[in-house]
Each structure stands twice: as structure tokens, then as C-alpha cells.
Write a protein that binds this ligand. Sequence first.
Ligand code: PBG
Length: 329
Amino acid sequence: MNFPATRMRRLRRTEAMRSLVRETHLHPGALIYPLFICPGEGIRKEISSMPGVFNLSIDEALKEAAASASLGLGGLLLFGLPAEKDEQGTGAWAEDGIVQQALRAIKQDRKLDSLVTIADVCLCEYTSHGHCGIVARDGEEFTIENDSSVALLAKTAASLAAAGADIVAPSDMMDGRVEAIREALDARGKQDTPVMSYASKFSSAFYGPFREAADSAPQFGDRKSYQMDGANLREAMREIDQDIAEGADMLLMKPAMPYLDVLREARNRYDLPLGAYQVSGEYSMLQAAFQRGWLEPERAMMESLLGIRRAGADFIVTYFAKEAAKVLN
Ligand code: PBG
């Protein structure tokens, strides 16, 4: 069938027609809002590189949670800024750790039951050196130890689940951590807590603003010996295979926009629920363009999310969650 019998524009003529034939939809219930929890009270400190994103004390975080619930968001992803950091990151698995406290507070309020609470599992926010695992030093050289880090991550995940996390989400990229976390959860009676694995997490410049938000920049070296090389799609599939074999219940891909092909490939290959994380740098560069008047905020925001959804994400972790839900509601 060729022109003039076929005219593609027939189905674009009115908004009603376009709406009828739309292939991809966003909805608030598939958006997850990250929160950065800090000690104190009444604290609401804006991240300079992330307009509209804050370090929040627990009382302020509860207000954000209430707003998220009334907007119909799917859930919250919690990160913590501990009062003190050390070499091992003990604050990550402390029973009264900052995220553990926040989880208990959220779980006490029945009005927040519609939100799934997801706890990021990593050590970088809690270690004095800012790496995601244990550092072994040898003169000027250093390595990030895998197996000793995994044991601490497993402890952290169990502690977060016991405090009320509905899902634990390891973002550290150590080998074998999903299996160790599954075992630690089961041993703590948390056999019903799912593991959402950041299965393919690339070493990315787009995490820059997050490291200000979470105060987690590595003090020396970089994360390239544990996070993935951005050039490797096939390796990303092997990471996912591995995590599924170890018992991952859900997958999270990250970053999103520079890796939409990896997301699509994962969607084609795997049947697990699949999410994508529109990371801090993706948010910040759009915000920078909005501030300069270079892009239309609402349209650019929604287009960026729609692209992630079209590439295959069932759900999206995004700092735009509340703003996008306002547009969708
Ligand atoms: C912790 C973690 C990071 C992000 C999520 N979990 C930072 C990193 O790996 O350096 C980044 C999220 C974002 O940029 O929004 N390991």
C-alpha cells in the first residue's frame, strides 16, 4: 500500500485520534521517587547541582512521602547520609541507621501504605573513602575487596528489610552479592522481601550530582574496577544472567538515557520486572537547560520519561517523579 492510498497523517489529525493510537503510556504508579535522608530535624537542604532535590531529615522526608502517596507514585527509593562515616561503612547496617530509622517512621504511617519502600543497598554513602566496598591498601595501590564487601552488603540488606524495606536494591556491583543478600534475608525471616538488582550498572559521569547529594564521591581512584564499562552491552547481559541465577526478583538498569539500547536488549531477553534509573546527571542537565530557557520543561521531562518507557522499562526511578505525576494526574 503506497501513497496516496496510505496517508500516515490520518491518524495524527486530532489529539483524540493520537490518544487512541498511542503505543506507550506513563502512569504515576510506575514512577519511583528517590529521597536522601539526613540526620536532624526540620532540615531541607537543596542540592546545588540538582534544583528541587533535597537532603531531608526524617520529619521532612515524611512530608515528601505523604505528597508522593497523594500523587499516586509507586514508591520511594531511600538513600542515607549518616552522621559519621568510617572505613567499613558501619552506618549502613546499624540497627538505628539513618535509613533504618526513616523506614520505621514511614511504616508507622498507614497513609503511606500505597508506597513501596525500596532501600538502596551500598556502602559508598557510609564509608569515609566513598567506595562501595572494603578498600585494601598496598602502598600507593589499592583494591576494592569483593568477598568481604559482599558479607557487609548482605548484613546491610537484612537490616534494611528488618526495618521495613519492602524491596532491597543492591547498587554496589560486587560479584555474588545477590545470592549473599538472598541468604541473609532468608536467615532473618525476610524470605518474602524481593531483591531488585542494579544488574547492569555502568561506571558513569552522569552520577556526578548524586555524589554531591549523597556525599559519596570516592576520595581516591574511581569505580571502574567494579562498575561496568559503558562500551559493553553483551557484558551487561551476562551480569543480568548472573543476578537472575543468584535469585534477583527484579532488575534495574542504569543510567537510562545514554543506555537505552541496553535497556531494550534486556527487555527483549528477560521476563523479570525491569526498571530504569534516570540518574542525577540526566536530571541535572535537563534542569540546567530549563533554567536557561533552552528547553520547554514539561515537554522535555515527559519526552525523556516516555523514551525510557518505550525502550522497555516497566517502572522508572526519577527525580522528576512528583512533577511528572502532576502532569499525568
Ligand atoms: C550508590 C549509588 C549511586 C547511584 C545510585 N546508587 C552512585 C554511584 O554509584 O556512584 C547514582 C544515582 C544517581 O546518579 O542518581 N552506589
